[in-house]
Design a protein around this ligand. Structure first.
Ligand code: PEP
Length: 252
């Protein structure tokens, strides 16, 4: 089963529209010949329209960083999947650990959000991962099993392969502490086995990214691992040169 590598940059709460335009004018020429790799930027809501317009016709896809599970409703401050799709946004990051930690994102809500994204035509990147304490006490597999099974429980089996899963050990996000290749491969293989428990064909096709302090100098080693199909990149996605170098590493 060949899976197209997928490198996505998560900007978090960085970049005004002007800064986003500067970034994209630096990135597009650097990735224009990166055949065989899917590339995305996951941008703040306020940058979506500008980035959709500026990337049209290029190989760079534009993703949001969150959405509400309902299509419409009295949910002040929220944005829905159909609203994102209407802007020509390609996909959405769901369940990032910062949303789980600071904004009370629950697995219950994610079980609604993932199918709602697919239903609206968006590609969901579902983030899962353990804390340092969970890893140390041997609870990593239990945590991943719980997240993968609950968050995917309402996805129709025939659409499961369209989901992207980002395995992001929380202790490696924004810390400079990258998982070893052995740790990253073991966890991503475990996530794939969990998907196989739902549907074997989907497990062969689903793309699993590693995220957590991926940089230009460690990307090639991580991206060469058999169960790692790409990266979700935070800090190193904020500069066109470092992000493009990670995209390049995914081609190797
Ligand atoms: C992230 O934001 O998902 C992430 C992995 O961040 P960083 O690459 O900075 O660790």
């Amino acid at each position: 089963m060949t899976r197209t590598p997928f490198v996505a940059g998560n900007w978090k709460m960085f970049k005004t529209v002007g800064e986003a335009e500067m970034f994209i004018s630096g990135l597009l020429p650097r990735v224009s010949s990166s055949e065989g790799v899917d590339v995305a930027i996951c941008v703040p809501f306020t940058d979506l329209q500008a980035m959709v317009d500026s990337t049209r016709g290029s190989r760079v896809q534009v993703f949001a960083q969150n959405m509400h599970e309902a299509a419409t409703g009295a949910f002040t401050g929220e944005v829905s999947a159909p609203m994102l799709a209407d802007l020509d946004v390609h996909g959405v990051v769901l369940g990032h650990s910062e949303r789980r930690q600071y904004f009370n994102e629950t697995d219950r809500a994610l079980a609604e959000k993932v199918p709602a994204a697919l239903e609206a035509g968006l590609v969901p990147i579902l983030c899962v991962g353990e804390t340092e304490a969970e890893r140390e006490e041997g609870a990593m597999e239990r945590k991943l099993r719980h997240q993968v099974q609950e968050d995917l429980e309402n996805v129709p089996v025939e659409r499961l392969h369209e989901v992207v899963i980002a395995y992001e050990p929380i202790w490696a996000i924004g810390t400079g502490k990258v998982a070893t290749p052995e740790q990253a491969q073991e966890a991503c293989a475990f996530v794939r086995a969990l998907v196989a428990g739902i549907d074997a064909d989907a497990a062969g096709a689903i793309r699993i990214q590693y995220g957590g302090s991926v940089k230009a100098d460690n990307a090639a080693e991580l991206l060469a691992l058999p169960d790692i199909d790409g990266a979700l990149v935070g800090g190193a996605s904020l500069e066109p040169a470092s992000f493009a170098a990670i995209v390049e590493a995914a081609r190797a």
